[in-house]
Write a protein that binds this ligand. Structure first.
Ligand SMILES: [Zn+2]
Length: 266
């Protein structure tokens, strides 16, 4: 047991020494004599309260406005026809988006793709393919900011404009008909800004929660049970492993087409 005790002692000393090198310690003392670690460091003198500067170098961090208790007015929640609308969020993604595009093309139907700005910038050729194959484009914020609707109007506008720019860098004449707030965490201000930038607020009717990776069978069952004429179905072609969504769509696309027809919201 003796070597073990020695090891524990050595370890404690290492930990003690490590503790002395905390972030509070001024860097000048970092290379001090080894004996310094044996004596406890003297308590730091209290820091004086900084005098408020007459002018700020940076604007104060804006407070987030509270989310409304109910969804704001002006959201599109139905397709506008008897047909069911399929919407795919969080792409474009090089692994999943081509798969869903292949499925849609094989079924001769079109859908709506809610694109994240950073993804659109990274994969312009996928944005181009989506547009070329006749699907609708939807702005889904620059980096999937769940709190975007709670920020200042200027910040919301900048985020939406930047995302549209990334989409139009891939497809210069792209019609971006929709904006969809990540997580559906809408505010009235955001709906207004989207309108000012020429986009309607696209919500949904059916959410099978495929982002949570349920088995394909569960995704299919949830959509089949909830779909009605005019439903907007929310699914994902990005943001994680979308294998189960791809499998579910192999059944859902032909089935929804047969029952209701599939076309983008209008
Ligand atoms: Zn999303």
């Amino acid at each position: 047991m003796r070597p073990r005790a020695a090891l524990v002692l050595a370890l404690s000393m290492v930990l003690l020494a490590a503790g002395c090198g905390s972030a509070d310690k001024p860097p000048a003392q970092a290379g001090g004599p080894p004996t310094a670690s044996a004596t406890p460091a003297p308590p730091e003198p209290p820091k004086p309260t900084p005098t408020p500067r007459p002018t700020r170098t940076a604007p104060p961090k804006p407070k987030l406005r509270p989310l409304p208790k109910t969804l704001p007015a002006g959201l599109q929640r139905r397709s506008g026809t008897r047909a069911v609308a399929l919407t795919f969020d969080d792409g474009p993604d090089p692994r999943w988006t081509p798969q869903i595009l292949d499925q849609l093309r094989a079924a001769h139907v079109t859908a709506t793709f809610c694109l994240i700005g950073t993804q659109a910038r990274r994969y312009p050729e996928l944005v181009a393919r989506i547009a070329r194959e006749g699907h609708q484009l939807c702005n889904h914020s620059w980096r999937h900011d769940l709190n975007l609707g709670r920020r200042t109007v200027a910040q919301i506008r900048a985020d939406l404009a930047r995302t549209n720019q990334a989409i139009r860098a891939a497809v210069p004449d792209a019609e971006i008909k929709w904006f969809r707030q990540p997580g559906g965490r809408w505010t009235a201000e955001e709906v207004t800004v989207a309108r000012q930038l020429g986009m309607h607020a696209l919500h949904w009717t059916v959410d099978p929660q495929d982002w949570d990776h349920p088995p394909a069978k569960t995704i299919t069952k949830r959509v089949e049970a909830a779909a009605r004429p005019g439903s907007i179905v929310l699914m994902h072609d990005g943001g994680g492993d979308r294998r189960q969504t791809m499998v579910a769509c192999r059944h859902l696309i032909p089935d929804l087409k047969r029952r209701y027809g599939i076309s983008p919201p209008r």
